[in-house]
Design a protein around this ligand. Structure first.
Ligand SMILES: Nc1ncnc2c1ncn2[C@@H]1O[C@H](COP(=O)(O)OP(=O)(O)OP(=O)(O)O)[C@@H](O)[C@H]1O
Length: 634
């Protein structure tokens, strides 16, 4: 896969500097060449396999829904000024918010934030969610990093640094990071409280007329993810490619209730300075996102999750906060963090919760102070090719989705994007060297069928990066079985079944009883082929066997099983812990060792989808690193 990601820059704007980058794209500060208006431009490379066209469509639809024509935009929702697609780049022109994110702001406090300030912030976040819900929209990725802060004072006019080259500004080098130029973060000043804007609608879902519509996609950031979403990870109904539950699944969640949970988790973090799940589940293995999610899901089933929730009030009290409103804060959090989504406080009541009363007052004062005369009705400018983009591709995508095999699932969107790209260049007159000229025609958002492409950073859970899983069951293949094992040495001779533990002279490798020829596995496990890569097969098998062994009780047996054939074949066996450790080291060369923790409680029904997810995750992580490396702006 190429390291180079190409983004196209809209010629009507001067690029000022990079503001930030996420999984899906890069955000720049820019100024309009004629009017000088300062904006934020988010560029998303749709060719990147992490980002599905559907996801971009979802983000555009959500932004359009939340920025309705001829209505004053909601003060707590990021304003979409313009949006268009040029070649493979989706371009969002957004209002520029000058104070950084709530996530960054939190770090300016040693522990938690002062309660009145939390109330001020959360009132606005809930206000935004209430507005979204009134439009049948749920954000599904509410977290401090997706909440921007407006400083309410005129930002310093920055020198525009870029040079123009023809109609485009051309960069191929590094951009100066934000921090090296000026500190853009909001600094706490009680007389100058911030206005918050909820942004990043990449995971948003928009329902149809039915407000009880159930959703089934694993989406969001683990630290703020509602339990009903987490639980999807264990479902046998998790479908290939889509990260969704199949239609016959009894599970699913009401998307309008998951943002309420996230607010509860954010409140906990703002008050204590710590992550909810780290505090109430101190022994949770968080070495990887996947391990954490699987274990959390199991805790939901065995009742431990509820016990953790019950401990919240006491855990918060342990922080010894002296503010008399702390009990209100505790009651607020407890009312939102209910395992049963239906028991969560309804949004209207959340907004009127006594804990948010102070925030309501300070927010209203801030509005009166800074936004009294703000009557701007700024319509989003959406060119007609966006309407085509939103409306025309669904059918084709669904067909493509169905045709996908596991082997292509780790790169699920590439072909699709290429096809879409072709479509766009056919349907749009603007696919030549200049960007599309916007016409002011706005598409009406239609019902969104959301399918997320996985975006991941697995080993960085504390930073709560987005993650969604697309677990594919193996696809059968006609690949001729070859019992390849790069661990197998020519010197190996067959040993009796019970062997002494490895010593210096007899290395662990030789405590293994190699089956030559391979023998059929005499248990009920059925295996199918994951991909047509033989090495991949072996890795999968090694890992699977390893998990099986360490999860067994006393008389374990370690096996290497090929999964190349329908009937699993054992190619080696051992019953020594040291051999297992040896195999652990082999596994380590393939995947992050922490993934082993998944097998703490072996469950035959769930393990296969989990393993598929692990392998998927490995591919994703590798690709993630590549994505972080190179963007070229054209
Ligand atoms: N309108 C804006 N004004 C100022 N800064 C912004 C704006 N939008 C985004 N940013 C900055 O750019 C960063 C990345 O933005 P955003 O989260 O929308 O991108 P993303 O690619 O969707 O990220 P993610 O990895 O969360 O999906 C933000 O954290 C913020 O610092």
């Amino acid at each position: 896969m190429s390291n180079q990601r190409v983004l196209y820059w809209p010629e009507t704007y001067n690029n000022i500097k990079e503001l930030g980058r996420g999984v899906s794209g890069v955000v720049y500060k820019a100024s309009h060449k004629k009017t000088g208006q300062i904006v934020a431009i988010k560029l998303v490379d749709m060719k990147q396999s992490k980002i599905s066209t559907e996801q971009i469509q979802g983000e555009i639809r959500a932004l359009l829904t939340l920025n309705p024509e001829n209505e004053r935009s909601h003060i707590n929702i990021i304003k979409l000024i313009q949006c268009f697609i040029h070649k493979t780049t989706a371009i969002f022109i957004l209002e520029y918010v000058d104070g950084g994110t709530l996530e960054d702001f939190m770090y300016s406090f040693e522990r938690g934030m002062p309660l009145p300030l939390i109330s001020h912030c959360l009132y606005q976040a809930v206000n935004a969610i209430e507005y979204m819900n009134s439009k049948k929209c749920s954000h599904r990725d509410i977290k401090p990093a997706n909440i921007l802060m407006m400083r309410n004072r005129k930002p310093k006019q920055l020198q525009e640094q870029q040079q123009q080259e023809g109609g485009y500004i051309r960069y191929s080098g590094q951009f100066q990071p934000e921090s090296s130029q000026e500190n853009n973060n909001y600094q706490f000043d009680p007389d100058e409280l911030p206005i918050l804007k909820v942004t990043d609608y990449g995971y948003a879902s928009i329902g149809g007329n039915d407000s009880t519509e159930i959703h089934s996609t694993l989406a969001g950031s683990p630290l703020y993810m509602a339990p009903e979403i987490i639980h999807i990870i264990l479902s046998p109904f998790l479908e290939p490619g889509t990260g969704k539950l199949s239609a016959d699944s009894p599970e699913g969640y009401n998307p309008l209730l998951v943002d309420v949970w996230a607010i509860g988790a954010v409140a906990f973090r703002l008050i204590t300075g710590d992550d909810l799940i780290s505090v109430i589940f101190p022994n949770l293995n968080q070495a990887t996102v996947l391990a954490a999610l699987v274990n959390l899901a199991k805790m939901i089933d065995n009742g431990d999750f509820q016990k953790g929730l019950n401990s919240i009030p006491n855990e918060i009290r342990k922080y010894g906060l002296v503010d008399p409103d702390i009990e209100l804060g505790i009651s607020f959090i407890s009312a939102l963090l209910q395992l049963d989504p239906k028991k969560r406080l309804p949004l209207k009541e959340t907004l009127n919760h006594p804990f948010l009363a102070k925030g309501k007052i300070s927010f209203t004062q801030t509005l009166n102070q800074h936004y009294k005369d703000n009557k701007d009705v700024l319509n989003s400018i959406i060119p007609s090719d966006i309407s085509n983009f939103l409306n025309n591709n669904n059918q084709q995508q669904q067909q493509q989705q169905q045709q996908k095999s596991f082997s292509t699932s780790s790169l699920p969107q590439v072909d699709q994007q290429q096809n879409n790209e072709k479509d766009q260049s056919n349907s749009s007159s603007s696919s030549s060297s200049s960007p599309p000229s916007p016409t002011i025609s706005k598409s009406s958002p239609s019902s969104l069928s959301s399918s997320l492409s996985p975006s991941s950073s697995t080993d960085d859970l504390p930073k709560a990066m987005k993650w969604s899983s697309s677990v594919k069951p193996p696809k059968k293949s006609n690949f001729t079985p070859t019992f390849l094992s790069h661990q197998r040495s020519d010197k190996i001779s067959l040993f009796p079944k019970l062997l002494p533990p490895p010593t210096k002279d007899t290395p662990p490798l030789e405590t293994m009883n190699w089956r030559s020829p391979p023998i059929e596995v005499g248990d009920s496990i059925t295996w199918t082929t994951l991909t047509q890569d033989a090495i991949f097969q072996v890795q999968f098998s090694v890992l699977t066997s390893f998990l099986k062994v360490i999860s067994a009780t006393n008389s374990y047996q370690f096996r290497i099983i090929t999964s190349l054939t329908k009937v699993p074949l054992e190619i080696a066996v051992s019953n020594h812990k040291d051999t297992i450790l040896y195999m652990y080291n082999i596994v380590k060369t393939v995947i992050a060792p922490q993934l082993i923790s998944l097998s703490n409680a072996f469950d035959e029904n769930s393990i296969r989808s989990v393993l598929a997810a692990i392998l998927y995750q490995i591919g994703t992580e590798t690709e993630q690193a590549e994505i972080a490396n190179g963007w070229t702006l054209v």
